[in-house]
Design a protein around this ligand. Structure first.
Ligand code: NAD
Length: 412
């Protein structure tokens, strides 16, 4: 059915979507006027990005202090502290108390039981919905990294938590920093205002190299190895389309005003050895997404070494095309800016932000592409979201076995 027959032009679709997101941006739940108190931060997931996000937060804001930390591994907490100690400009904002540093799978709960105001959350993706839901229950504001989950069950939990956060007036910012990057913000505003006409098609690529794969150290349990070598196992990372390509899919969803209606995808494993170190994930995906108004998005996500790399987005309209970031220049660090916007929302000095549903939809866009490639089936968004698919083991126990799953073969 053509768009016109449905009474909606492509342009109307984009405008309506823009209006919805503007309303969400400005509709502020009831809460205290302006909060000038010192905000206490708890960091959950103290690896590379957790440490980096915390430094971004402290650099970007005044009147904020890090008071506590949580991780499954003690060495990650120790490593984060050592890194903080090497950044002189954040020294006055470190007030880490030893009795607020927790280790283990319940460490997040213990930290949430303290009087922290904000949880900065940067664990590996598998556990994010559980931690975010608990933080909302505990009444904490949240910065949480992408992707939101690795399976539909996790996405549903994350969306429920994000909606509850809004009802409670809690701020939730997600680590899709392009949404805070001036070049994207101002270009996409112009695209939504019709600068390149009606959108006809889109492209999104994360064609890069393999970020890491570690050898198993002697004596390491299955679970410890899954968590440390996490970018090889689907239940932990979601596969490369979910883990990294979510950034690019999120940009196109932003332009299109929401997630695609359906997807048909292919993928596979071209070079990775079939060993435990390289796990059960694919090394390439190609997806054809279709949005509700009939616009198609060509997406590619891959981890190939010694190949042509391309991490970018583009949209083609009736009056021109855009890289989604070519109509303005960047003059600020988006990784810091997202934390400045987070505290402005909490304090009431900037617009209220709850990016939870939106980042979950973009993560689900990636998950449905993966589901289509793994099975060879076409999926609608709703079918994929509601599928009874839960990858994360119900029990996490270092003494138990966690065998690597089979590499998916479509049609079987
Ligand atoms: N926005 C960006 O540009 C960007 C950049 C890098 C990473 N990230 C995201 O940040 C997340 C973390 O990536 P990373 O590179 O820091 O990985 P990492 O392995 O360095 O850190 C992850 C940390 O989470 C901890 N963890 C795992 N399970 C936990 C649990 N149940 N409770 C508490 N802690 C737990 C790990 O022990 C580890 O310290 C990923 O989701 C990744 O996509 C985002």
């Amino acid at each position: 059915m053509s768009d016109e027959k449905q009474g909606v032009t492509r342009r109307d679709f984009g405008k309506a979507a823009a209006a919805v997101s503007f309303a969400a941006w400005t509709a502020r739940p009831a809460r205290a006027e302006v909060n000038t108190e010192t905000l206490k931060i708890g960091l959950v997931g103290c690896g590379g990005r957790g440490t980096g996000a915390l430094i971004d937060h402290l650099r970007g804001n005044d009147n904020v202090v890090l008071v506590g930390m949580a991780d499954v591994f003690q060495d990650r907490i120790d490593g984060a502290k050592a890194r903080f100690g090497k950044v002189p400009e954040i020294a006055s904002k470190l007030a880490i108390e030893e009795d607020r540093c927790f280790v283990g799978f319940d460490a997040y709960r213990k930290l949430l039981a303290t009087d922290i105001d904000i949880m900065i959350h940067a664990t590996t993706p598998y556990i994010r919905p559980v931690h975010v839901a608990a933080a909302v229950e505990a009444g904490k504001h949240i910065f949480t990294e992408k992707p939101s989950a690795t399976d539909p069950k996790g996405i549903r939990l994350f969306i429920e938590a994000a909606k509850k956060a809004e009802k409670k007036g809690l701020t939730l910012v997600a680590g899709t920093q392009r949404r805070h990057e001036k070049s994207y913000v101002e270009t996409i505003k112009q695209i939504l205002d019709g600068k390149i006409g009606e959108i006809l098609s889109a492209r999104a690529y994360w064609c890069g190299t393999l970020p890491f794969a570690y050898d198993r150290k002697e004596g390491m349990s299955d679970l410890e190895y899954r968590l440390r070598n996490w970018y090889s196992y689907c239940w932990v990372c979601g596969d490369n389309i979910v883990e990294q390509h979510v950034h690019n899919l999120d940009i196109i969803n932003w332009v299109m005003g929401g997630p695609p209606a359906k997807v048909m995808a292919s993928g596979g494993r071209a070079w990775k050895p079939r060993t435990e170190k390289y796990g059960d994930i694919y090394d390439h995906f190609s997806c054809d997404y279709e949005y509700p108004n009939g616009v198609h998005l060509l997406s590619m996500s891959r981890h190939w070494n010694n190949s042509h790399n391309n991490v970018s987005e583009a949209v083609v309209g009736t009056k021109g095309q855009s890289s989604c970031r070519d109509m303005a220049k960047d003059d600020r660090n988006p990784y810091e800016q997202e934390h400045i916007d987070l505290t402005a929302s909490i304090r009431g000095t900037g617009p209220y932000l709850n990016e939870g549903v939106r980042v979950a939809q973009s993560t689900m866009t990636a998950i449905m592409g993966r589901m289509s490639a793994y099975t060879g089936k076409q999926y609608t968004y709703d079918e994929a979201l509601n599928e009874d698919l839960a990858l994360v083991p119900a029990e996490l126990d270092f003494t138990k076995a966690y065998p690597v799953g089979p590499i998916p073969v479509p049609g079987t």
